[in-house]
Design a protein around this ligand. Structure first.
Ligand SMILES: Nc1ncnc2c1ncn2[C@@H]1O[C@H](COP(=O)(O)OP(=O)(O)O)[C@@H](O)[C@H]1O
Ligand SMILES: [Mg+2]
Length: 303
C-alpha cells in the first residue's frame, strides 16, 4: 500500500462517497440516495477573500447557484475571476468567509465530514507509482470494496472511457487525454453526486479536446451524472452545457445565465450557438474582461 497522507489524498481524490451502495442497478449512475426532486447543489451568497500584501483580495462575492440532478452547467469567465475558488469551496476544500453551500440531502457528508462531490483538475493528478487499473481502483479499495467488486467496477469504467487495453500501463506512458480519461474513470467509479471539472480539458490539443467532448456527452447519457464544468473557453461551454453561467472578475460574480436549448451532438455551425457565443462575448467586452477568454474570435475554427 501507499504512504500518502490523508490530506494529500483528499486533495487528489476529492471527496469520496462513503455510502456507495447498489452498484448492481443498471446505471443511471448517481448515488442511490440522491433525491431527484431536490437540487444537487445550492450555493447561497457565498463570498471569499484572500490576504495579500497590503490588504485582502475579494476573490468571489455573493455567489448564488443552483444545480439540479442530471444537469451539465458551465461556469465561464476569464482567469482570476474566482472560478477555482468557487469550485474548491463547493468541493469542501476551502471554507467561504460567508454564505452557505448545501448538497442534495440535509447531511450529505461522507465519513471524513466532506461532501460527496468529486473534483477533477486541469492536471489529472493521478498516482504515478500505480498502474491505470490501480489508480481507478484506489478509491474503491479505500472504501473497502471486495476484490471482485473492485474488478467489476474498474473494468466497467475503464471500458466506458475506452482504456481497457491500457489497464496495466503506467501513468507516464499515457498521453494527456488518456490521463484525463483515467481521472474520469476514477471519479465515476465512486458515483459522485456531483462531478466538478476545473478546466479539465484546457491543457489538451484541439483534436483531443473534441474527442473528450464526445466522450463526456456519452458518459453523461449513460450515467446521468450531474456536472459543474469550469472553463474559459466559450465554445466548449456552448457545445457541452444545458446552462452557462457567465462570471466576471473584480470581484468574481455571476453576471448572467444562458439556457442552451439545443440538442446533442452540437457543432458551432448551429445558428443559435453562434448567436449565444456573440452574446456571451459581448458580456465580457462590456466589462473589459475578455482576458484569456477563448472562442471569441470570429476567425476561430468552429468545432
Ligand atoms: N490562496 C490564495 N491566496 C491569495 N489569493 C488567491 C488565492 N487563491 C486565489 N487567489 C486570488 O483570487 C482570485 C481568483 O482566483 P481563482 O479562483 O484561482 O480564479 P480562476 O480559477 O477564475 O482563474 C485571483 O485574483 C487569485 O489571485
Ligand atoms: Mg482556475
Amino acid at each position: 500500500m501507499t504512504t500518502t497522507s490523508s490530506s494529500e489524498l483528499e486533495l487528489t481524490l476529492g471527496n469520496l462517497p462513503s455510502n456507495v451502495i447498489g452498484h448492481e442497478e443498471a446505471f443511471v449512475d448517481i448515488s442511490p440516495k440522491t433525491n431527484r426532486f431536490q437540487p444537487i447543489l445550492t450555493v447561497k451568497k457565498v463570498s471569499k477573500s484572500f490576504p495579500v500584501a497590503g490588504g485582502r483580495i475579494q476573490a468571489i462575492k455573493d455567489i448564488d447557484l443552483v444545480i439540479n440532478p442530471g444537469e451539465l452547467v458551465s461556469l465561464v469567465g476569464p482567469s482570476g475571476c474566482g472560478k477555482s475558488t468557487l469550485l474548491n469551496i463547493i468541493a469542501g476544500l476551502e471554507k467561504p468567509d460567508s454564505g452557505e453551500v448545501k448538497g442534495n440531502r440535509p447531511n450529505d457528508k461522507n465519513l471524513t465530514g466532506l461532501p460527496e462531490r468529486l473534483l477533477i483538475f486541469q492536471e489529472a493528478s493521478l498516482f504515478p507509482w500505480l498502474t491505470v487499473y490501480d489508480n481507478v481502483a484506489f478509491g474503491l479499495k479505500i472504501r473497502k470494496y471486495s476484490k471482485e467488486k473492485c474488478r467489476e467496477l474498474v473494468n466497467k469504467y475503464l471500458g466506458m472511457v475506452q482504456l481497457s487495453q491500457f489497464q496495466d500501463a503506467w501513468i507516464h506512458q499515457l498521453s494527456g487525454g488518456m490521463k484525463q480519461r483515467v481521472a474520469l474513470a476514477r471519479a465515476l467509479a465512486l458515483r459522485p453526486e456531483l462531478l466538478l471539472m476545473d478546466e479539465a480539458f484546457t491543457a489538451l490539443d484541439v483534436q483531443t479536446r473534441q474527442d473528450m467532448y464526445r466522450l463526456l456527452l456519452r458518459i453523461r447519457e449513460e450515467t446521468g451524472v450531474t456536472i459543474l464544468f469550469i472553463t474559459h473557453n466559450v465554445e466548449e461551454a456552448l457545445l457541452l452545457s444545458d446552462r452557462i453561467l457567465v462570471m466576471r472578475s473584480r470581484p468574481g460574480q455571476i453576471k448572467r445565465e444562458f439556457q442552451v436549448n439545443v440538442g446533442f451532438p452540437r457543432t458551432m455551425e448551429y445558428f443559435l450557438l453562434k448567436q449565444l457565443r456573440l452574446e456571451i462575448i459581448k458580456e465580457f467586452m462590456e466589462a473589459g474582461d475578455v482576458g484569456d477568454i477563448q472562442g471569441g474570435s470570429t476567425y476561430e475554427q468552429a468545432y
